[in-house]
Write a protein that binds this ligand. Structure first.
Ligand code: NAG
Ligand code: NAG
Ligand code: NAG
Length: 273
């Protein structure tokens, strides 16, 4: 008798939690967001029962301790919300009645890209859905080419820099025929405004050189024309410098000889020069 009673209780228990069971559904594909604009991260329960009395938590599963939005005991509780989401999240309470726990995220930032979880908990059931957010490409500043002088072999050093891209762009140097030239040094930095890139190259003869920064459908291009005069100027300078070095070495030798020959008279001679 006792056994049957217990079994009945267990069956009723299962029935109870079964009646509370629901699925949480997120979007199958990543949600694309544009920097500065608002985006909705879809999440709903199936069947569409009300979640007004449930706990709805949005968090980043790719970051530690990152509460995006918390709704509990019939209200928003955002004291522990991650700093970067402050004042930018909203759950529509009328929508919660219809089983819709979609989150509205205002003025999207580059750092919003990531993996989100929408966790919906009732007293006896807890299940979540994943929402991938991808921030759309942002074009940065037009590339700036700086002429960084000649190296020892007469090559002209060029540096190209561009900032504010997201995600990381591709920078390439091209000559006037559109042939890609390989960069000597490459440098990429990431900060809150996105990625900045800096590449250098050394060229040995006059040409029209392009520095092109590309990301998906964005492309920015800057060109520099190096005239043969620049390279001639370098050669002339090198020749002049060599001549000057030879002359001063000669002068040094002459002075040494002069001083050696005229020890004691040197100061005297100088006065008359
Ligand atoms: C915030 O975090 C603290 C410490 O983890 C916790 O005690 C408190 O209940 C949290 N507040 C909310 C609203 O969840
Ligand atoms: C749930 O969905 C059905 C069919 O899509 C709709 O008729 C019903 O009104 C919805 N219930 C709520 C509470 O929105
Ligand atoms: C869910 O709510 C959001 C607003 O938070 C709304 O944009 C969206 O259309 C709703 N989804 C459905 C299926 O009603």
């Amino acid at each position: 008798m006792k056994f049957i009673f217990l079994t009945l209780l267990v069956i009723i228990g299962i029935r109870d939690s079964r009646s509370e069971q629901y699925e949480v559904v997120g979007p199958a594909d990543p949600v694309f967001a544009v920097v500065g604009e608002d985006v909705i991260l879809p999440c709903s329960v199936k069947p569409n029962i009300s979640v007004v009395d449930m706990r709805v938590e949005w968090f980043r599963s790719d970051l530690k301790d990152s509460v995006v939005h918390l709704y509990e005991d019939n209200e928003d509780r955002n004291t522990n919300q991650s700093q970067s989401y402050r004042g930018r999240t909203k759950l529509i309470h009328q929508e919660l009645q219809r089983g819709n726990a979609s989150l509205k995220l205002a003025s999207v930032q580059v750092s919003d890209e990531g993996i989100y979880k929408c966790l919906i908990q009732s007293k006896s059931w807890s299940v979540d859905a994943t929402v991938m957010v991808r921030v759309e490409a942002v074009a940065g500043s037009p590339p700036v080419i700086t002429v960084d002088g000649f190296d020892d072999s007469g090559g002209l050093r060029l540096q190209c820099e561009s900032e504010g891209w997201y995600p990381e762009p591709v920078l390439e140097w091209l000559n006037s025929e559109g042939v890609s030239l390989s960069s000597e040094t490459t440098d990429t930095h990431r900060n809150t405004d996105g990625f900045s890139v800096k590449h250098t190259i050394t060229i040995h003869h006059s040409d029209k050189i392009h520095c092109r920064v590309k990301l998906r459908h964005h492309m920015l291009d800057t060109q520099i024309i190096t005239s043969s005069n620049m390279f001639n100027f370098w050669r002339t300078s090198v020749i002049l410098i060599s001549v000057a070095v030879v002359l001063s070495v000669n002068a040094g030798i002459l002075i040494t000889v002069f001083v050696k020959k005229n020890r004691g008279k040197f100061l005297f001679s100088c006065y008359f020069i």
